[in-house]
Write a new protein. Structure first.
Length: 86
């Protein structure tokens, strides 16, 4: 998971991880930039992408322990990874 992965060093870190065959999850504050970065990175890598943007939520709400959304988001991330990582 790369926080700040929609631009700059974070985006380059996510791209590099993908070239090493890693499953990459990026988080960022700007929903439009985040979606663009995810779609472009997936196209470069030739893989499918899933983009989920929580409207009006802090950009790292998945990491806020104790927040109701945290458990749900963490579950979705886990489901995504379990379906792909063997």
């Amino acid at each position: 998971m790369v926080i700040g992965g929609s631009s700059g060093i974070g985006l380059e870190t996510a791209r590099r991880a993908r070239t090493e065959a890693a499953y990459v999850i990026i988080a960022g504050r700007n929903p439009d930039r985040l979606k663009k970065a995810a779609v472009e990175a997936a196209a470069e890598a030739g893989v499918d992408v899933t983009v989920e943007i929580g409207e009006g939520l802090p950009h790292v709400y998945q990491l806020l322990l104790g927040a109701p959304e945290a458990g749900e988001a963490t579950g979705e991330i886990g489901k995504f990874l379990r379906a792909r990582v063997r």
